[in-house]
Design a protein around this ligand. Sequence first.
Ligand code: ZN
Length: 166
Amino acid sequence: MALRTIRTEGDPVLTKVCRPVAEITPRIRTLVEDMLDTMYDACGVGLAAPQVGILKRIAVVDVGTEEPEPVILINPEILESSGEQTGDEGCLSVPGKAGTVTRPNYVKVKAFDLDMKEMIYEGEGLKARAFCHEIEHLDGKLYTRLVEGELHDVSYEEEPEDTEGD
Ligand code: ZN
């Protein structure tokens, strides 16, 4: 378990298309553990492998409200999407900023888990937003290209104001 350095906008690794995972190796398991540690440490709701410099199709999501959490997405694909939501979105790779982005309000995602078992996940609201955001990272796309209007500054409190369920 370890924290990895989060790459920020301007780093070319964030603009590359990631390669699918062919098999789960000990190295992949360690990467996923480190990604979870890194996401929680940064108080994010999702993290994609290219954000820690690894060009593989792996992302983790934990919006803190719905089971199962965290969701580990290996080679994820969006199967269905519907509805629309418009709201503030941010990214650990674009620190201190947020912007208004319109996303589907519901998505259904197919992905493999750490046993290479095919899983189906559904997300609404924030979870749907996180699924879309993280999966786009795997194609080298940042949310900033979708922002309506200007990015604005967000100030973080010293202590994260997370509303954990327990
Ligand atoms: Zn992001």
